[in-house]
Design a protein around this ligand. Sequence first.
Ligand code: IPM
Ligand code: MG
Length: 368
Amino acid sequence: MTKKLLVLPGDGIGPEVMRETLRVVEWFQKNRGLSFEITHGLVGGASIDVHGVPLTQATIQAALDADAVLFGAVGGPQYDVQPFDNRPEIGILGLRSGLKLFANLRPATVLDALVDASPLKPELVRGLDIMIVREATGGIYFGEPRGIETLPDGQQRGYNTEVYTTNEIERVTRVACDIARKRGNRLCSVEKANVMDSGLLWRQVVTALVAREYPDIRLSHMYADNCAMQLAKNPHQFDVIVTSNLFGDLLSDLAAMLTGSLGMLPSATLGAVDARGKRHALYEPIHGSAPDIAGKDLANPMAQMLSFAMLLRYSFGLADDAQLIENAVAGVLAQGLATADLSLPGAKRISTTECGNAILAQLELLAK
Ligand code: IPM
Ligand code: MG
């Protein structure tokens, strides 16, 4: 059956890494019998340039109509002059809230070929496989009240609100638990229950939910600051981590760096399954728009390709096809080919386009 795909390359290196990824999509259509109806759209700065806003109602509608959204990256220094509520980042934040994509899945896995690219000692990261489930439509990113106000004495005061309801905590925890069951069955819930009321509620709700619905899961709790330390000290202790929007943003960057390159990691952001069994979902690399290297054919397209692999796995249940892409990525690295972001000793440096070529060659080889 033909699946509707909305492609939003965005800004910076987004269009380059998306271009190479679309070659992979094309390969799957030709060689694996998959069929996609692809619509292209603008988001972030690219949308500001044309429409004056980072996300149009039409793009939100196209995303709602699609079976899955493949997203690149947004932002760039030329948009620093934009008013705060019209900055490129609103593109991704608006899609998360507009499609109610509350569960952001951020894997941090270390491929054998990249063990030496990690800034940590090899023995700390070899075989690493962590899944961070970050809440993505609540917390301090969206909480009210928020704003900047002028006080009677002329000072200004900026404020945001960290807020979570029982339902918000439960639904993201369920996603994390379902994933944990398919992995090591361990879940670490991360908050600051020692100082924050919302953190205390988070801990209570997670504890009750897991006891009630997932008694088989081994649940632990950790304060977010300690979690940051533990991720750097002994990352292997983690299987699945579930945490708030803000802590997940920070901890997923840290976890990503453990793997040697932000340029390698994909993510999925999922909504609830509706009555017809459909679930809105958006897939994007964790890396940003990297304006400093944009347009130079230097960027690593692997995270975007691996995001497409996650799309196949989570939106369409095509685990074998997803695995094929993951194997192709591993295969290219094992050949000693790497883009500039990977500090792989002895590797031959390849461009974005050459990386696309190498991935397609690997796919051909693997599919034989
Ligand atoms: C991320 C990014 C975004 C976030 C920005 C671009 C709004 O850092 O996806 O981690 O903070 O969520
Ligand atoms: Mg981030």
